[in-house]
Each structure stands twice: as C-alpha cells, then as structure tokens.
Design a protein around this ligand. Structure first.
Ligand SMILES: Cc1cc2nc3c(=O)[nH]c(=O)nc-3n(C[C@H](O)[C@H](O)[C@H](O)COP(=O)(O)OP(=O)(O)OC[C@H]3O[C@@H](n4cnc5c(N)ncnc54)[C@H](O)[C@@H]3O)c2cc1C
Length: 462
C-alpha cells in the first residue's frame, strides 16, 4: 500500500504522468473512480471527434454530386452515430488499461480522498475504504461541465456536454449557450445532421479566444451552413415547464424568446476540487484552481497538481505535458518549465480552427511593430481540388527580428497543420526561414509558407 508516486485521476494528465513515472523507475499507482482515460477519452476530445467524423461523412454524401458521384438512398442513423462514438471511447479506455498493465502501474478503482502525511483513502464501489501512501501524490481530478445558476442542468432538456454526446434521440432544435470550442463543435455536429441550432454568445464574437479575423470567418461559414448565431446576447432565464425549453435572451435590441427541444449549456468547466481532502491537507486554491509553482508543486510538500485543476488552458495536451514535466522534476531530471505562450488550440468543427501564439490584437497591445501575412485557401490548389476553399492562414511576425508571434488558421484540416507553427516557434524560426523552407505541393500546408511570404511582400499565388 506504499508507493513512490500515486496519481489521483486517470485523464490525459494523470495516466500520462503515471506512465512517465513508471518509465523513470517509480513504483506507481493510479486511482480512478470512473473510467480510465478521464474526460478526454470518455466524454471529451475523442467521442466528440467520432461524432464530428459522422457529420463529415454525412456532409460528403450530401455534396457527393459536387465530386461527380451520385448517391441514392442514403440516410443518417443518429443512434448508430452515438453508438459508434461510445464504442470508440470504450476502445480508447481499454487501451489505457493495457498501457497501465504494460507499464506495471497499479490501477486502484474508487474515489480517492487526500489526507495529511501523504496518504489517500480510497472508497471502493462496495463502500470499503483502503488507505494508501506515497512519497509523492499528484492530483489530476480534472473538471466537469460548469452550471450557471440561471441554467440549471436537468440532463434532459437542459444538458451539459455528457448528455449532448449521448442523447437517446436527435433533437429537432437546440440552443447552444456559449461558443467556445465545445459549444461550436456540438453546434456544428447537430446542425450538420439536421437539427435546427441557435448559438447564443455573450461576447461580440463567436470562438472569442481566437483572432478576430478567424471569429468573423467562422461566423460567416456557420451562418452559410444554416446556423443561427446571436452574439452580444445572454440567456437571462429559462422556462422548462412546457414540452421543450424557452430561453429568454437579452440582446442589444431587447429581449428575444427562443424555443427549442433542448438547451446545451457550454459555458465552461468547473474543477473537481471538492471532497478530495484539499482542506484537510492545507492545499491552497484560488478561483476554483489548485495553486502550483512552475513544476506543479502545491504549497504542501509532496503534493502536486496538474491538468484542468490548475491554472492555464484546460486542454488534454496541456494536462499531459504538465504530467510529464511534474514527474521528471520529481525524478531530479533537468526540465524546462512549460511555455504557455506556445500552446496550440484547436476547434474541430467545419471549417476547423487552429491557432498558437498572439492574436493581432494581443500583439498590438504588447507594442510590437508587426508584419502580417494572410493566404486564403481559395487560392490553394489543394484546397480547390478538395472542394474546401473556405478559410485562410494568417501569420503575425515581429517586424524588427522576424519572430513568429502568432499563427491563426481556419479551414479544412488545419488542426493537423498547426504543429508546424508550434515547432517553428519553439526553434525560434523567423519569417524568412519559413518562406525558405520548401513545402510540398499540392498541400494545404503551402498556405503557411505563402502567408509568411505575403507578410514580406513575396507571396507568389495571390
Ligand atoms: C466535450 C469536450 C471536448 C473536448 N475536446 C478537447 C479537444 O479536442 N482537445 C483538447 O485538448 N481538449 C479537449 N477537451 C478538454 C480535455 O478533455 C481536458 O482538458 C482533459 O481531459 C483534462 O485532463 P485531466 O487529466 O486534467 O482531467 P480529466 O480528463 O477530467 O480526468 C480526471 C479524472 O479524474 C477522475 N477523478 C476525479 N475525482 C476523483 C477522485 N476523487 N478519485 C478518483 N478519481 C477521480 C475522474 O473520474 C476523471 O476520470 C474537451 C473537453 C470536453 C468536455
């Protein structure tokens, strides 16, 4: 019952930390009360991408004639889409089970509660409590859908992301409150398969964390696809007494009443930091997050925290990177702190969005003199051949030293292209080095090289 490292929670933060710990020779255990793989594999990144794939295949069928193909008698099967998505998630979770076994990590089923003295009580499903202890305890308990007081979730008419990816029947209409990545991905999925979707966003732009040009393009593309979008609008209250949901929306022009079968609340996350013993151990928190230093140590020696429970972007790849950094530091390796200015963010709707670094507004606010280049996919041979001319690549360089400050892309497949910008920025690559790096033709990635060339007045295909 004594380990070198115990990890509490098995999401992409926890399970990756456990594997790295085992690789480094630590006797490791991981505690999980639900499914191995956490939100990401079971209720987040992976099942949503499976649903979005179904939407894409359906879209291809709808537009098959554009590609010279006649398809007769096709239809969608909502239930089969959901079952496929759940199957993919289950398969991924079993994969983590295999990885735990392969790395000789003990998996402890149950809900863990921290105690002083680097101990944890684990309550199993049958109520039996067992005490474990470790030299180092890593908290990776993640987060859940955030509930607003005026949007209480009943799981049926007013739902969070878990229900949205597991509904028994396809709703005819849906209100999506919040237009971050999660809201926009579900809005796109349901709209693609024929649900009437309205997005309500409090801020002036949808996908509000993105560069304004990207937000505007996304709004145009989503409206073209048939979605209704209300920005500068907030749902003040709801009424679920009838057969569906009525949402009373405050807009610049006054109150508007929307009616739909379901309302998806996608207004962010709430960390799982209650009832895990933080107070008993004296572990400091602030604004719903556990406070940690650059190497994820809390204020109490021997206790660490990573992933969604700590400040920073709530993303799977961030959680994993934090887990690895935390464990390598515990092992005494020379390890650099994570550069939070170089974390890519992606939205997997259609078109996709991918970005890293500063937006144009942020770069201007920081006082940089800028060189900005943009290349539209409508001028890309590959995008035209693929029938995906919507979107662009926008790159932002510092005029003085050529530093690549930001890269913002919207279009088909851009989520697979953003890693180029991440690596280049890590290696302090300048704009001219991007222009002189020969990109393969025809690819969507040429648009990055062309956008860089545009920044320096050297663009070829515009
Ligand atoms: C719909 C949706 C789509 C998303 N899509 C993406 C995406 O495309 N890309 C991306 O990067 N991120 C995405 N995310 C975010 C991503 O899922 C999270 O950032 C990531 O899962 C956080 O990892 P984590 O390890 O911190 O915690 P989690 O994945 O939340 O895992 C925490 C685990 O801890 C367990 N746990 C909690 N308390 C206890 C306890 N007391 N005892 C034992 N176990 C406990 C939970 O059961 C859970 O399994 C998405 C999220 C959602 C909701």
């Amino acid at each position: 019952m004594k380990y070198d490292i115990i990890v509490l929670g098995s999401g992409p933060g926890g399970y990756v930390a456990a594997i790295r710990a085992s690789q480094l020779g630590f006797k490791t255990a991981i505690i999980e009360k639900e499914h191995l793989g956490g939100i990401c594999l079971n209720w987040g990144c992976i099942p949503t991408k499976a649903l979005l794939k179904s939407a894409q295949v359906f879209d291809y069928l709808k537009h098959a004639s554009d590609y010279g193909i006649t398809v007769n008698g096709y239809d969608k099967d909502f239930n089969a889409m959901i079952q496929r998505s759940r199957g993919v998630a289950d398969g991924m979770s079993k994969g983590i089970q295999f990885l735990m076994k392969k790395n000789k990590i003990d998996v402890i089923d149950g809900a863990g509660k921290l105690k002083p003295g680097k101990k944890i009580d684990v309550t199993a499903a049958d109520g039996k409590v067992t005490e474990y202890s470790a030299d180092h305890i890593i908290i990776a308990t993640g987060a859940r859908s955030r509930e607003l007081p005026n949007l209480p979730q009943d799981g049926k008419k007013v739902i969070g992301y878990r229900q949205a990816m597991n509904l028994p029947t396809q709703p005819k209409s849906m209100i999506v409150v919040g237009s971050g990545a999660i809201g926009v991905e579900f809005a796109h999925f349901y709209n693609s398969i024929g649900t009437e979707v309205t997005i309500v966003e409090f801020l002036p732009n949808i996908v509000p964390l993105e560069d304004e040009d990207v937000s505007k393009q996304m709004e145009r593309s989503m409206k073209k696809a048939g979605l209704k979008i209300m920005t500068n609008s907030s749902v003040e209250r709801i009424d679920t007494s009838g057969s569906g949901v009525k949402a009373f929306v405050k807009t610049a022009k006054g109150e508007e009443v929307l009616e739909a079968e379901v309302l998806l609340s996608a207004v962010g996350i709430k960390t799982n930091i209650e009832n895990i013993g933080l107070e008993a151990c004296g572990i400091a928190t602030d604004r719903d997050k556990i406070l940690v230093n650059d190497f994820y140590q809390t204020n109490i020696p021997g206790y660490y925290a990573i992933g969604d429970v700590v400040p920073g972007p709530a993303l799977a790849h961030v959680a994993s990177a934090e887990g690895i950094t935390c464990v390598e530091k515990i092992a005494g390796l020379h390890v650099d702190k994570i550069d939070y200015g170089n974390i890519p963010g992606c939205t997997y709707a259609s078109p996709e969005i991918a970005s890293v670094g500063l937006t144009e507004k942020q770069a201007k606010e920081k006082g940089y003199e800028l060189k900005i280049g943009k290349f539209p996919f409508s001028a890309s041979g590959k995008a035209k051949a693929a029938g995906a001319p919507d979107g662009f690549v926008k790159v932002i360089f510092d005029a003085k030293y050529g530093e690549w400050l930001g890269c913002h892309m919207i279009g088909a497949g851009v989520t697979d292209m953003i890693a180029e910008a991440v690596v280049a920025r890590k290696l302090e690559t300048t704009g001219h080095e991007i222009i002189k790096s020969v990109h393969p033709h025809p690819t969507m990635s040429e648009a990055i090289m062309e956008a860089a060339a545009d920044a320096y007045g050297e663009v070829i295909h515009l």
